[in-house]
Every structure is written in structure tokens, then in C-alpha cells.
Design a protein around this ligand. Structure first.
Ligand code: NAD
Length: 453
């Protein structure tokens, strides 16, 4: 049986392998899932949720093992892997209650009729996930899908099949057969799954793949929930607390080596304070330690693979050729490791200012006015997150409302945000969304039944 090997991006060693799913078997797998769905639905919320709670207890009892798997499979520092593993199901019971409340039948009545709005499971959901949060992305989709009575076929990224398999194995020790199954492979398996007889495709990944999925799904009007990439701007105002702003810029440009959908990819700073801000940013970034994420002192791991490394280095080279100045970083990158890089004089025409980088690079653009910063911040087709830093509450709020993004942070990133709010992208970053009452409802079909008195 052909296998999919998983490599440690820090060392290049093989971590393990999983059997690749034969694309020709996917329609039959969907059929099996569909057969399992009615009894899963009939169990009811309470029983389904209990099984999920039991499964997530198992996850929580092995967060160190899971964190180490995340780090060795995709490279993020162990402490970041631990934060991800610990976040799984950390508020599960509240979340399950919110999901149940979102789909509980509602009644509307007037003097003649009674209408009941039901939110029924769609049936079979495909969940297609990326590698940068290899446990939390599957979890974000699987919890609302299963809790609302759907069954799921999960296709984890080909870069992190062991994390995907570990997640499914833990849940399947508690769930009935065929309620959750895994499909291993790359785009061929993903495409086949999208074309198959599933009812909804929940996807997180790149914008290009999102477009492919939308095209394919449109043939049969399959429901889709698509969370794509971003090119998040950060606007710094003249009265901002500069140390705070520099600390945030360093954190949010370099966390997970910049391989985060809501990484700060563009920083707009007024000319007057630019030099001071850049010096603070460089000083903070100099303190980062690049290395194998399993080493305790590492704060910056490798790129997930050589393709991603080449993409990031290509964007840096092009930017420098077009006039960007390197304040930190530059050459000497080894294997999959990209040295933390700070660029200034970044202009709109550079690919690093318009296409997602997904790497450890902070890009500074000096601006003459707030209006210029807002215009430039809104100049890409992306619209996931954004941040604005300044001390005048009225002004930061006014600017936040002018940024064309799904989520905006004032003097912080897009998270933490208050529970119950959606994770959402605007424009080409999102088509559908996660979390929140409306987000959970996307996993259901709304039906209205009316009777006359
Ligand atoms: P990707 O689009 O290459 O792959 C994502 C998944 O889709 C993988 O499982 C892959 O095998 C599958 N796939 C690839 N081609 C397919 C096709 N034609 N049809 C169906 N499935 C297909 O993305 P990636 O490189 O794994 O992840 C990085 C991207 O994910 C970045 O753009 C990042 O911003 C984005 N992301 C977004 C969010 C968010 O919340 N918006 C969160 C995490 C990551």
C-alpha cells in the first residue's frame, strides 16, 4: 500500500508514515459515513456531547505528547505546540452548550399560525485542513460538525498526517464507527473528496485552494465554509506606545515563524516615528532564537518545507531588488530555516506587500498620513485580520472601522476576543466563518414548518 511519509522540517528525518487513501475509494467511504449518520443524529445532543467531552479529556491528558508531535512534524517551538494542544477543548463544555443553543428549534407565532424553525444536520461534512495548526484546525471544524449531528471525513494536510491521525485515533476510541474517518493524501484526495457526495465542505487553507473548492462545489451547490489566508496590516499612530507596538509587531510577525493566517505581514508607521520604531523592532527581533523547536530555548522554528522556504526567500530577494532595505536578517539561511528578517522601505508594488508571505519577515512601510496608511492597508484582496495601535481611543476606533478586515484588534491582535464572537475573514480571506452562533449554524440546514391553528 502506498504511504505518505512525514518529515521533521528541522532535521529532515522521517517521523513516520500513514497509508495514502486511494482516491477511487473515497465515494465508498462517503457512503459508509452517510450510513452512520442517522444513528449518530438520533443519539441526540446530550449523548453526542458526552462522547466528545470524554474524547477531549483524553486529549487533555496527553498534551505534552501531542505538542511534541506538532513540533516535530511542522516545526513550531514546543511551547507554542503546547499552547495549541492545551487549547483543544479547553472550554469544550461551554462551546458545546453554545452549539446546542444555536440550533435548538425556535418557534414564532401570530394569531393564526405557529412556525417552528429547525436546524437539522446537513449529513456528511468534509473537513479539509492545513498544516500550520495541525490539531486546532481539525478540532475547530469537527466539534461543531459532530455536535450538530453530522458525520465527518477529515482530510488533514499532507505535511502533518501524523497529527491528523493522532487526533482521529483519540476521538475514535469514543465515537461510534464511521462517525469520523480520515482521508490521507494531498490535492488529488482533496479534490476527490470535494467532488464526492458530501453535503458541506469546511476548508481552511490557501486562497487558491479555496477558489478551486468553491468552483467544484458550485456544480451541485454544496455548502462551503472557507477560511483562507491573509495579508494582515498593522497601523501605528504617532501617539502609540512604541515599545508595546514593537513588541506586538515582533510577536505577531514571527510567531510560528510567521506561518499564521493572522500574522502581521505589513506594518505602516508614520515617518516621524519610523526610525525609533524600527530600532525597537530590530532590538526585539534580535532576541529571537532560531532552531529546532524541541530545544528549550528556541523561539523560532523552521519553515514547514523547502517550498515554503524558497517562497519566502524569493519574496525577500525581489523586495530588495526593488528597493527594500534589510534592517535585520539577509543571507546565511540554512536548510529549512529562514533567519528572522526585518525590511523597511517596502512599497505596494512588491510581491512581499501584496501576496501572502507566511514566513518570519516584518515589513515596514513609512507613511506620510493616517489616510495613506488606511488606503495602503486596504489595498490587497485579502481581509482576514488587522491591528491599529494608538493611545487616542476615539481615533483608534474610527480607524478600526475603516479597515476592510473581518477581525480588527486595537492595541492587540485579533485574539483574544470575547467568547461567542466569530472567527471571520472579509473579501478573499473568508467565505463563511468559524465559531459563534451563526458559525455553528452553518453546519445545519434550516427548515421551517408552519401549522395553522
Ligand atoms: P493549502 O491550500 O495548500 O492546503 C490546505 C488543505 O487543502 C490541505 O489538506 C491540502 O491537501 C488540501 N488541498 C490542496 N489542494 C486542494 C484542492 N484542489 N481541493 C481540495 N483540497 C485541496 O494550504 P496550506 O499550505 O496547507 O495552509 C496554509 C494556508 O492556510 C495559508 O494561506 C494560511 O493563511 C491558511 N490558513 C488560514 C486560516 C484561517 O483561519 N483563515 C487558518 C490557518 C491557515
Amino acid at each position: 500500500m502506498p504511504t505518505l511519509k512525514s518529515y521533521n522540517p528541522a532535521t529532515g528525518t522521517v517521523m513516520g508514515e500513514v497509508p495514502i487513501t486511494n482516491p477511487g475509494d473515497i465515494p465508498e467511504m462517503v457512503k459508509k459515513s452517510r450510513n452512520a449518520q442517522p444513528s449518530w443524529d438520533q443519539l441526540g445532543h446530550h449523548a453526542r456531547n458526552k462522547l466528545l467531552v470524554d474524547a477531549y479529556r483524553d486529549i487533555q491528558s496527553q498534551t505534552e505528547r501531542l505538542a511534541s508531535l506538532i513540533t516535530r512534524e511542522m516545526g513550531k517551538p514546543f511551547r507554542e505546540g503546547l499552547i495549541e494542544a492545551e487549547s483543544l477543548g479547553s472550554h469544550l463544555e461551554e462551546e458545546l452548550r453554545e452549539i446546542e443553543l444555536a440550533v435548538v428549534p425556535e418557534t414564532y407565532r401570530d394569531e393564526k399560525s405557529l412556525s417552528t424553525v429547525y436546524r437539522d444536520p446537513l449529513g456528511v461534512c468534509a473537513a479539509i485542513t492545513p498544516w500550520n495548526f495541525p490539531l486546532s484546525m481539525p478540532s475547530w471544524m469537527v466539534i461543531p460538525a459532530l455536535s450538530t449531528g453530522n458525520v465527518v471525513l477529515l482530510k488533514p494536510s499532507e505535511e502533518t498526517p501524523l497529527c491528523g491521525q493522532a487526533f482521529v485515533d483519540i476521538l475514535n476510541a469514543h465515537l461510534p464507527k464511521d462517525v469520523l474517518n480520515v482521508i490521507h493524501g494531498a490535492d488529488e484526495q482533496g479534490k476527490k473528496l470535494v467532488e464526492s457526495n458530501v453535503d458541506l465542505i469546511a476548508f481552511t487553507g490557501s486562497r487558491e485552494t479555496g477558489k478551486d473548492i468553491l468552483r467544484s462545489a458550485s456544480r451541485t451547490f454544496k455548502r462551503v465554509v472557507l477560511e483562507m489566508g491573509g495579508k494582515d496590516p498593522m497601523i501605528i499612530l504617532e501617539d502609540a506606545h512604541l515599545e508595546k507596538a514593537a513588541r506586538f509587531a515582533a510577536f505577531n510577525s514571527f510567531r510560528n515563524s510567521g506561518q499564521v493566517c493572522v500574522s502581521t505581514e505589513r506594518i505602516f508607521v508614520p515617518e516621524k516615528i519610523a526610525e525609533q520604531f524600527e530600532a525597537l523592532l530590530v532590538e526585539t527581533v534580535e532576541g529571537l532564537e532560531l532552531g529546532d523547536g524541541m530545544k528549550e530555548t528556541t523561539t523560532l522554528g523552521p519553515m514547514v518545507n523547502s517550498r515554503q522556504r524558497d517562497h519566502v526567500l524569493g519574496q525577500i530577494d525581489d523586495a530588495v531588488t526593488e528597493g527594500a532595505e534589510i534592517l535585520l536578517g539577509g543571507d546565511g539561511h540554512k536548510d529549512n530555516f529562514v533567519k528572522p528578517t526585518v525590511l523597511t522601505n517596502v512599497t505596494e508594488s512588491m510581491s512581499i506587500a501584496s501576496d501572502e508571505t507566511f514566513g518570519p519577515v516584518a515589513c515596514v512601510t513609512r507613511v506620510a498620513s493616517v489616510d495613506e496608511a488606511i488606503r495602503k492597508a486596504n489595498s490587497t484582496p485579502f481581509g482576514l485580520g488587522a491591528a491599529v495601535f494608538g493611545e487616542n481611543e476615539e481615533e483608534t476606533s474610527r480607524i478600526a472601522r475603516q479597515l476592510n478586515a473581518g477581525m480588527v484588534g486595537i492595541n492587540q491582535g485579533v485574539a483574544p476576543c470575547v467568547r461567542g464572537t466569530p472567527w471571520i475573514g472579509a473579501r478573499e480571506s473568508g467565505y463563511g466563518f468559524h465559531k459563534s452562533k451563526d458559525g455553528h449554524r452553518q453546519f445545519t440546514q434550516t427548515r421551517v414548518v408552519t401549522k395553522r391553528f
